[in-house]
Design a protein around this ligand. Structure first.
Ligand SMILES: *[C@@H]1O[C@H](CO)[C@@H](O)[C@H](O)[C@H]1NC(C)=O
Ligand SMILES: *[C@@H]1O[C@H](CO)[C@@H](O)[C@H](O)[C@H]1NC(C)=O
Ligand SMILES: *[C@@H]1O[C@H](CO)[C@@H](O)[C@H](O)[C@H]1NC(C)=O
Ligand SMILES: *[C@@H]1O[C@H](CO)[C@@H](O)[C@H](O)[C@H]1NC(C)=O
Ligand SMILES: *[C@@H]1O[C@H](CO)[C@@H](O)[C@H](O)[C@H]1NC(C)=O
Ligand SMILES: [Cu+2]
Length: 697
């Protein structure tokens, strides 16, 4: 799936030999040199790939996707290039701007607002150094960029981009005094606004300061207010035990005994081809992909030998903050800018994944090197703590195990750890869920009461949304899929009793395909293949539903992100599959929020949707499920040997059926099953306990 080591080496060599690119080696590069930011495999078009997968079509030509960080110019830009075909051969190899996947028409280019980050950082330190007397008096420290600093500076992301100006608000933070990564919990409540348009620091200017709800339009104004007798000084947030992890406080009863754990007595019951990145578990099989922008993705997911999903992948994650101060109200991280792939760190065995899990490595390209995160993807089976089905009667009880399979990776982007789990169930369900951990980015408490609860002496929990967007390219039994929305509505006209009537509607146009889950769970969204009915004539399909509470972005018409996250406004989007619309977002959308490389809103251009569709949905700290609907005939729980049927009568088990499951010391004991014990109360017979289970109706 990914580019091979030899391909990466040859592409890099060839790029460095192209005079027009004028590349410098990253290690020695300064802010005015061009560098290679990325070399990855270009994912081939779907039509080509399907022809290869389904018929005897030839393998799609391989191309590299390259990003060049073009800084040897007064208007620095990042440019996406297509390089190939691979392997490199004289005469055929060429590069061209990669433009077709993007809505922005700028030859694959987007401006780079971070080209001068080192100079800008030095310039910001000069500003904070100019008020060192104030920071000394407020917090006993300075931010100068030197080793003696106890304060740090960083600010909003993305910068404000109105009227062609680039405005950055920068905040003061206390540096941690321990080795704990707690800086995002140490805001100090002082901010400055700077116009940093262009590349020349001589043209940059401080536009004001903000402290305790008051805006000062110049440094002199801040200074004279600060040294006036009625200036209100607020306390700092400081590192301490209160934010450091580790055991403290009384140990709960029995906590030092080892907790229950799951074991795999027969070893792993799935197949992994590390070379092909191919996984097979029970009736599911698929391929894993991995990229800088989005980390892990799943491809060609088949169930019982037939493809149901061509691609299942994260598209983007946003963390949009809100608050009274300029840092909170100006922050809306678009995480693929930083990339998920580079932050898929090694997993903690027994904590991130159970002790019996299998691990895979992942790798990513950065600055002419390839880095490998060892054991950063885990795969494991779990026995759910509830059966798939059970039933009790007066003479027998039966139950079937609910064993499911998980592929997991954790990506720590800055202060946040996202745990991405893809779960596969024996009844055909696929559940995608995301959990978040790590340190929050908290707000300074002053005047933030309406936006969060106070959580420490000078700290406020910051109000923010996390919204994640996934692409599911459904291919249920082929590409001719239709999206059906079925809504239950109470009707009175044609029925003698008022009862809900399902109204079925197929989503025919992209104009009407931005959807919400619907009130009271009354709307069912289903992807069906009308050419593939089951034996009752019902089209076989998959239902899409939230598996935990989900939400779209609360903030409307955000001036921070403008058109950069138009994928976050609804719960589910249906669009026709097009090779020119492979992704809902682009890692550099934050660099030009008015005209980002991918403006997802432009995917909805009103053409009548043919019957090839794909869909997105958004979630927040939550999950989404796809579930077979009229897809299977019969009960998949009956296929597994991991069932039990215990026949019993009068307190004794007559027979235990285990359907050929292997003996194991881990197995529970069923011969003691008794059913109800009965004691007669009139006439009272406490010594004559007998066993009889019956329906007491
Ligand atoms: C090539 O890049 C260097 C900086 O690395 C720059 O000084 C030079 O002007 C560039 N040459 C061209 C032709 O753009
Ligand atoms: C596919 O191609 C292979 C090798 O060329 C050939 O042996 C096989 O019969 C072909 N199969 C079909 C279905 O055309
Ligand atoms: C391509 O051509 C150049 C110059 O003619 C030569 O130096 C180089 O070895 C050739 N590379 C390959 C892969 O054939
Ligand atoms: C920061 O201040 C120092 C000392 O005055 C000066 O030499 C340097 O150029 C300044 N840096 C920037 C980026 O303005
Ligand atoms: C992962 O990387 C480590 C260290 O390079 C290597 O020893 C191991 O074999 C790799 N594992 C797999 C599954 O490729
Ligand atoms: Cu959060």
């Amino acid at each position: 799936m990914s580019v091979t080591e030899a391909e990466t080496v040859s592409v890099a060599e060839w790029l460095f030999a192209q005079p027009a690119l004028n590349l410098s080696v990253s290690e020695n590069a300064i802010e005015w040199d061009n560098t290679v930011a990325l070399i990855e495999l270009m994912v081939p078009g779907k039509a080509e790939a399907l022809s290869y997968l389904n018929s005897n079509g030839s393998a799609p030509l391989r191309y590299a996707h390259v990003v060049v960080d073009h800084r040897a110019t007064t208007e620095p830009y990042l440019v996406d290039l297509l390089v190939g075909p691979l392997p490199i051969q004289n005469g055929t190899i060429r590069y061209e701007p990669l433009t077709y996947p993007y809505t922005k028409s700028a030859g694959g280019r987007v401006r780079n607002l971070d080209a001068d980050s080192e100079t800008m950082s030095a310039w910001f330190y000069n500003i904070s150094a100019s008020i060192a007397d104030i920071t000394q008096e407020l917090w006993g420290g300075m931010a100068t960029g030197g080793d003696e600093d106890s304060l740090d500076l960083w600010g909003i992301d993305p910068p404000w981009q109105d009227d062609g100006r680039i405005i950055r608000w920068t905040a003061f933070w206390n540096l941690p005094t321990s080795d704990f990564d707690v800086e995002t919990l140490l805001p100090l409540g002082l901010y400055f606004k700077a116009d940093v348009t262009g590349r020349d620091p001589a043209g940059w200017s401080v536009e004001g300061w903000f402290y305790n709800g008051i805006f000062y339009s110049t440094t002199e104004e801040l200074r004279s207010a600060f040294f006036s007798p009625d200036f209100v000084k607020l306390p700092p947030d400081e590192d301490g035990l209160w934010i450091q992890t580790g055991q403290r406080g009384p140990v709960p009863p029995l906590d030092t005994a080892y907790p229950p754990t799951m074991v795999a007595p027969s070893g792993s019951r799935f197949f992994v081809d590390e070379q092909q990145q191919y996984v097979k578990w029970m009736d599911f099989e698929f391929y894993l992909g991995f990229s800088r922008d989005i980390g892990l993705s799943l491809h060609d997911i088949k169930y019982k030998g037939q493809r149901i999903i061509y691609e299942l992948s994260l598209q983007e994650a946003i963390a949009h903050y809100a608050g009274q101060d300029p840092m909170q109200s100006g922050t809306a991280y678009l995480d693929s800018f930083y990339g998920f792939g580079p932050y898929a760190f090694e997993l903690v065995k027994g904590y991130d994944c159970p002790p019996h899990a299998t691990y895979l490595n992942s790798s990513f390209y950065v600055r002419e090197t390839t880095h490998t995160h060892t054991d950063s993807i885990c795969l494991f089976e779990m026995d759910a703590p509830y059966p798939m089905q059970r039933h009790s009667t007066a003479s027998y009880v039966s139950a079937a195990k609910n064993v499911y399979f998980t592929v997991r990776t954790v990506n720590t982007v800055g202060n946040y750890d996202y745990m991405f789990s893809y779960e596969f169930y024996m009844d055909g369900i696929i559940d995608v869920n995301v959990r978040a951990s790590g340190y929050i980015q908290a707000a300074y408490f002053a005047n933030n009461h309406d936006y969060g609860h106070q959580i420490h002496d000078a700290l406020s929990g910051s109000m923010h949304d996390h919204v994640l967007n996934y692409k599911i390219d459904f291919d249920v039994l082929g590409t001719a899929n239709t999206m059906i929305a079925t809504t239950l509505v109470p009707a009175t006209e044609t029925y003698p009793l008022q009862k809900p009537t399902p109204v079925r509607e197929s989503i025919a146009s992209e104009d009407s395909s931005r959807l919400l889950w619907g009130a009271n769970g009354a709307t069912q969204y289903t992807v069906v293949n009308t050419d593939q009915p089951n034996s009752y004539g019902e089209p076989r399909g998959y239902r899409i539903l939230p598996s935990l509470g989900t939400a779209h972005l609360t903030v409307q018409d955000s001036s921070n992100i403008v058109n950069a996250a138009n994928w976050a406004t609804h719960d589910i989007y249906i669009t026709r599959q097009k090779d020119s619309e492979p992704r809902a977002a682009h890692p550099y959308n934050s660099q030009d929020v008015f005209d980002p490389p991918v403006d997802f809103a432009q995917f909805f251009d009103g053409r009548v949707c043919c019957r090839r569709i794909w869909s997105f949905f958004t979630t927040s700290h939550s999950g989404v499920q796809v579930m077979p609907l009229n897809y299977l005939e019969g009960d998949p729980s009956m296929e597994s040997v991991h069932q039990v049927k215990i026949e019993y009568e009068a307190g004794a088990v007559g027979e235990v059926e285990t359907f050929g499951q292997p003996e194991s010391s881990c197995q529970a004991e069923w011969w003691g099953y008794k059913g109800d014990s009965v004691v007669r109360k009139f006439p009272y017979a406490p010594g004559e306990v007998y066993y009889e289970t019956e329906d007491v109706g």
